[in-house]
Design a protein around this ligand. Structure first.
Ligand code: PGA
Length: 252
């Protein structure tokens, strides 16, 4: 069985002190939650302090990007070893904002993914179509390109560690969530693609998260779908109160 994952992507929000006070509050609010993997992904600067504040809790920490190189002359980049030492368990890769604004491509996402897997950092690989692509009817082609390109060349053992986040770009930060049927359709398509790449048994174990205006009001419905295994949440992860409700989707 796939354990649900609720991951908060804070993007470029919260200073170190804001992040730490959020973490201390969230820790108490979700202390009793079992059977859900809870992750928060703050900006790089807050990672070490937040990981300290959360040590021994049921909340794990993730970064929002990483470099594929180990060390050296790569100004502005952060390595996998640096993230691990800062206390990270996860890393988000290929988010649509990075693909659209900072040059991430399937090739660079693939290199980052392999660097993360080599060193035991769990990758959350983002894929998703724009509104224009959906309206042109090429959603599946885009998803196929993202999945097969970003995940190229992985062994079955590596594939078992990968988490995928389907995030339709038109639903991110717009308040416009994909319907549960629209999301499920793409999630199933992704699972079938994975099955073609690494077999049904492995693909059945891969967690596929949905992202794009996930809120306390719609999480339960989304989670009821067969192939939706969790959420990657931006806006609604920034307040302890709404993040707690998301994590406790099962209890309402
Ligand atoms: P949103 O962002 O929940 O604010 O739509 C999701 C994401 O970009 O990961």
């Amino acid at each position: 069985m796939r354990t649900p994952i609720i991951a908060g992507n804070w993007k470029m929000n919260k200073t170190i002190s804001e992040a730490v006070s959020f973490a201390s509050e969230l820790k108490d609010r979700v202390a009793g939650v079992k059977n859900v993997d809870i992750v928060i992904c703050p900006p790089f600067t807050a990672l070490a302090k937040i990981a300290d504040a959360l040590s021994g809790s049921n909340i794990k920490v993730g970064a929002q990007n990483v470099c594929w190189e180990e060390k050296g002359a790569f100004t502005g980049e952060v390595s996998v070893a640096m993230l691990l030492e800062a206390g990270c368990t996860y890393v988000i890769l290929g988010h649509s904002e990075r693909r659209a604004m900072f040059g991430d491509t399937n090739e660079t996402v693939n290199k980052k993914l392999k660097a993360a897997l080599r060193n035991g950092l769990l990758p959350i690989v983002c894929v998703g179509e724009t509104l224009e692509q959906r309206e042109k009817g090429v959603t599946q082609d885009v998803i196929k390109g993202h999945v097969q390109g970003s995940l190229a060349g992985l062994s079955e053992e590596e594939m078992k560690k990968v988490i995928i986040a389907y995030e339709p770009v038109w639903a991110i930060g717009t308040g416009k969530t994909a319907t549960r049927q629209q999301a499920q359709e793409v999630h199933l398509y992704i699972r079938n693609l994975l099955s073609g790449m690494c077999g049904k048994e492995v693909s059945d174990g891969v967690c596929i998260l949905y992202g794009g205006s996930v809120k306390p009001e719609n999480i339960k419905d989304l989670m009821a779908e067969q192939d939706i295994d969790g959420g990657l949440v931006g806006g609604a992860s920034l307040k302890p109160d709404s993040f707690e409700k998301l994590v406790k989707f099962n209890e309402r």
